[in-house]
Design a protein around this ligand. Structure first.
Ligand code: GTP
Ligand code: SPV
Ligand code: MN
Length: 588
């Protein structure tokens, strides 16, 4: 493999001088070279091979115990002007960031190999794809990038002699929190990640490029980079096909919804998966929103994934998959994987995510709550035939949702685009194990992009308003909540496959066929508007799921005002107008 891009060669040279590796290896993406990388990773001890009869081509990795999730506090947007990062991003000046972490990169690869990973986010050959080059000292990164992106020669071809690319530099360093930094320099199209080995911090094509840097580019270039799943549904009666994108915060159900199987009593739809985490969206000539999944694989949450909850995800991981921080079984079978919520018998003896012996009697969980699988998207049994269409797929609806134990009903529809944008801007969710810090704390996570927006979020809301105004046929916007709880703290809605019933109402609303009642917060289905065929749910629970309590929503207003107030002059007038209108409706 030969890189002919002069800028790329110069930059690689410069970074080699900085990091001082003993050796530089170019990753060409070939099966032979990848096999060699696997063997090398096993030999150095960073990966273990799993049972080849049960899980052919699968590997296991354990991260450092203090390196199990994204570290949002150590993630920075480094723009010349602080205002450009906005009030809710961590900001550092580029000079300070380059100087501080540059000193840590200095000589950090002595005695090690630097791997050069050219990769594409997006569809090969598409003008809507972006090329990156990640330099790393981690084989775990190389092997994951090979699944999550289109890596090697294919990316070098796409880059050409004078193409643009995102400069991505990663070193494991000492894995200390003191030195750990995830730094984004959108003005330089550069990402630096130091002292972590956890997916979201180090697979720089994913959150760092395809969301933070891409959202910045998207704002300049007139498209959108969103933390969204994309699914297709075919109505089996009419044969009509629809696509929906959904923004739910980390570990709030995107992968599960993207692959759902409708319950057998409700066989009206067939679901196909286009993407499970990221959507790049542009307006087509027909005035619709067209969405592309820029990724090549799934980096999915393991715990809770079972043949009951998400068979398609589990089946995707049966070969060529990397498991991180799950239990490795020892007895009665050697070399299988297990995690909490897998709904199969745990091993009588296993090794937990910390590498300790584990049995079902052990007090602590065997798998880390944010343990993950990295699996090729093409292995998903329900992958959409259109998932690599360079044009993308046309969206009928956009969903916002999160974990709300109270307050938000199962589903409601916005009055229009600007109201929908307001719903996204004010959405809330309980924090999860996907990021370090407390779990279960309610926070505002606009469009599920709070940790991933590469610029001022007030400007980002403005971009949403503008995109809606530009599109002749923008998608309808809905809010969903699978996580409403009863007084005992149990989920009231069965979720998973039964979410197809909510998607059905959404599609019928888009077609102007389903009923709803108008409330202060939007259009909410009446119980009879939902198809609940074969679902065992009592009227009281259903009423509670669909309830809009004005007093509860009034109590939300101060929090919304405070949150939106932070943005000052960049908060679009349209969003302020939506807030005022909501207050007026609630007080009527
Ligand atoms: P990221 O990869 O972190 O962006 O997460 P994600 O949004 O793809 O989340 P995922 O689908 O992996 O779900 C995370 C957790 O939520 C898993 O433990 C699921 O079992 C659980 N979950 C998903 N859908 C539902 C649902 O409909 N109801 C309930 N109760 N739990 C769900
Ligand atoms: C998320 O946290 O939203 C993820 C996993 O999808 S990570 O890639 O680690 O960010
Ligand atoms: Mn995610």
């Amino acid at each position: 493999m030969e890189i002919k891009n002069k800028k790329a060669l110069e930059w690689i040279d410069e970074m080699v001088k900085l990091c001082e590796p003993d050796k530089v290896v170019f990753c060409d993406g070939s099966a032979e070279q990848n096999k060699q990388f696997e063997d090398d990773a096993v030999a150095e001890g960073s990966m273990e091979r799993l049972n080849p009869d049960l899980l052919p081509g699968c590997l296991l990795h354990r991260t450092d115990p203090n390196d199990v999730a994204r570290t949002e506090k150590l993630t920075f947007i480094c723009t010349k002007k602080k205002e450009d990062a906005g009030p809710i991003n961590n900001w550092m000046s580029p000079e300070e960031a380059y100087a501080e972490t540059g000193a840590n990169f200095k000589g950090s690869m002595k005695g090690k190999t630097m791997y050069v990973i050219p990769f594409i986010m997006g569809v090969k050959g598409s003008d809507f794809a972006k090329v990156g080059i990640e330099l790393t000292d981690s084989l775990y990164v190389v092997l994951n990038m090979n699944i999550m992106t289109k890596m090697g020669q294919v990316a070098v071809d796409q880059l050409g002699e004078d193409g643009e690319f995102t400069k991505c530099l990663h070193a494991r360093g000492d894995l200390s929190m003191e030195k750990r930094r995830i730094l984004h320099f959108p003005e330089d199209n550069t990402i630096w990640s130091f002292a972590s080995g956890y997916g979201g911090n180090v697979l720089l094509g994913k959150k760092c490029l395809a969301l933070r840097i891409a959202s910045w580019m998207a704002k300049q270039e007139g498209w959108m980079a969103e933390h969204m799943l994309i699914l297709g549904l075919t109505n089996k009666k009419t044969g009509k096909k629809y696509y929906i994108a959904g923004a739910f915060p980390s570990a709030c159900g995107k992968t599960n919804l993207a692959m759902l199987i409708p319950p057998k009593e409700f066989p009206d739809y067939e679901i196909e998966t286009v993407g499970d985490d990221i959507a790049w969206i542009r307006i087509g000539d027909d005035g619709r929103f067209w969405a592309v999944n820029p990724e090549n694989g799934f980096f999915g949450v393991a715990p809770g994934t079972s043949m009951k909850s998400n068979p398609n995800a589990l089946l995707t991981t049966k070969k060529n998959t990397i498991f991180t921080n799950v239990v490795k079984t020892v007895e009665p079978v050697e070399g299988n994987v297990w995690w909490e919520g897998m709904k199969v018998d745990p091993p009588t003896k296993g090794i937990d995510w910390l590498g300790r012996e584990w049995t079902p009697d052990s007090e602590e969980k065997g798998a880390h709550p944010n343990s993950r699988f990295t699996a090729p998207a093409c292995q998903c049994p329900c992958i959409s035939p259109n998932w690599e269409d360079p044009q993308g797929v046309p969206l009928s609806a956009i969903l916002f949702g999160g974990r709300r134990a109270k307050t938000a009903p199962l589903v409601f529809q916005s009055f229009d685009w600007n109201h929908g944008t307001f719903l996204g801007a004010t959405m809330c969710s309980e924090t999860t194990a996907a990021a370090t810090g407390a779990v279960g704390v309610v926070r505002r996570d606009p469009m599920a992009m709070r940790p991933f927006c590469g610029y001022d979020m007030g400007e980002y809301f403005g971009h949403w308003i503008e995109m809606g105004a530009k599109a002749k046929k923008a998608p309808k916007i809905f809010h969903v909540n699978w996580f409403k709880q009863d007084e005992n703290g149990d989920f009231m809605w069965p979720g998973y496959g039964d979410n197809a019933r909510v998607l059905d109402w959404i599609i019928r609303r888009c077609e102007g066929e389903a009923g709803a009642k108008e409330t202060a917060i939007g259009y909410v289905p009446n119980p009879e508007d939902l198809n609940l065929n074969g679902l065992d749910i009592d009227a009281k629970t259903l009423d509670a799921l669909l309830e809009v309590d004005k007093e509860v929503w009034k109590a939300e207003l101060p929090g919304m005002k405070e949150f939106l107030g932070q943005f000052g002059s960049t908060l679009p007038a349209e969003i302020q107008a939506q807030l005022d209108a909501l207050e007026e409706r609630l007080n009527k």
